[in-house]
Design a protein around this ligand. Structure first.
Ligand SMILES: [Zn+2]
Length: 155
């Protein structure tokens, strides 16, 4: 019990239909419950989560095809774009042990190269070097912007 809702509601928070059953009910059915949670801030959270999880699953899919993905940054980049990867959404920037910066989506990520992206060849679970914060991540966004601009003009 969190104490936020002390008195029982009589009508659905979403559609005002009368409520029956459990005292702590706030919605008449699952449709209203889901609708309520997807309005306003909840909606933003849901939409951003959805994009991030989609990006993550695309990175996982391309990484499973390691044979070509490690040797073809341009091909990787185009594949991600065509598959609907949204390059505006990431979780963080991580410094790799070799000094390069990886654009991360949870434990998956990629390094921006001259003509495409190099997808990390394994998921990045907590490593000692990840505890150091990246002091100067700006460069990686410039690289990414250049890559996205270049691919747009090639169309
Ligand atoms: Zn309702």
């Amino acid at each position: 019990m969190n104490g936020i809702q002390t008195s029982a509601r009589e009508t659905c928070m979403m559609c005002d239909a009368p409520l029956s059953g459990r005292k702590d009910k706030r919605f008449c059915d699952d449709v209203c419950r889901v609708r309520h949670h997807r309005t306003g801030v909840q909606r933003v959270l849901h939409d951003v989560d959805r994009v991030l999880h989609r990006n993550r699953s695309l990175l996982r899919r391309i990484r499973a095809d390691a044979a070509w993905c490690s040797g073809d940054p341009a091909g990787c980049f185009m594949w991600l774009r065509r598959a609907g990867y949204d390059f505006n959404f990431h979780t963080h920037v991580a410094g790799l042990h070799d000094g390069r910066l990886a654009v991360m989506c949870y434990e998956e990520g990629f390094v921006v190269e001259e003509n495409g992206v190099q997808v990390l060849d394994r998921p990045m679970i907590q490593q000692p070097w990840m505890e150091q914060s990246v002091a100067e991540p700006a460069a990686v966004w410039c690289d990414l912007k250049r890559l996205l601009k270049g691919s747009a003009s090639r169309r």
